[in-house]
Design a protein. Structure first.
Length: 136
């Protein structure tokens, strides 16, 4: 048997072992591979009563109840949470998805707010969006 032939026989075995290791590492990582929740769009509508409606689009690779985007928040310039929209279930087959929150009160004098998303494994940390309020 030549050395060249043995090398060609051994390589597929090594590739299989490496592939199996990669699969094992991904499986061991569990739900963490879904990454962080990102806010991808924010639409703000002022209401006649002085409050606002927020339509927020979130993208997250939800894997099920063990790892999903579970809420988004509207945060003032000083870091105070002005509103929270709880996301009651995973959106595995609906990405990105948009959910709304009406009746959000924003203190006078604030011109911008930040909208951030949270997931059940990583917490906050994905892409947030700072937006200007439409009538200020």
């Amino acid at each position: 048997m030549s050395a060249r032939w043995r090398k060609n026989v051994a390589m597929p075995t090594i590739e299989r072992v490496l592939a199996a290791c990669c699969v094992a590492l991904l499986a061991a990582a569990g739900p963490a591979h879904a990454g962080e929740a990102d806010v991808t769009a924010v639409d703000i509508s002022p209401r006649a009563d002085g409050t606002y409606r927020f339509d927020v689009t979130v993208r997250h690779a939800d894997t099920g109840w063990d790892h999903y985007a579970d809420r988004w928040e509207v945060v003032g310039e000083d870091g105070a949470v002005l509103a929270t929209r709880v996301l009651a279930h995973p959106h595995v087959d609906e990405q990105p998805f948009t959910r709304s929150r009406d009746g959000v009160t924003v203190p006078p004098g604030l011109r911008t707010v930040t909208v951030r998303a949270h997931d059940s494994v990583h917490g906050f940390g994905g892409r947030a969006m700072t937006v200007v309020l439409p009538d200020r």
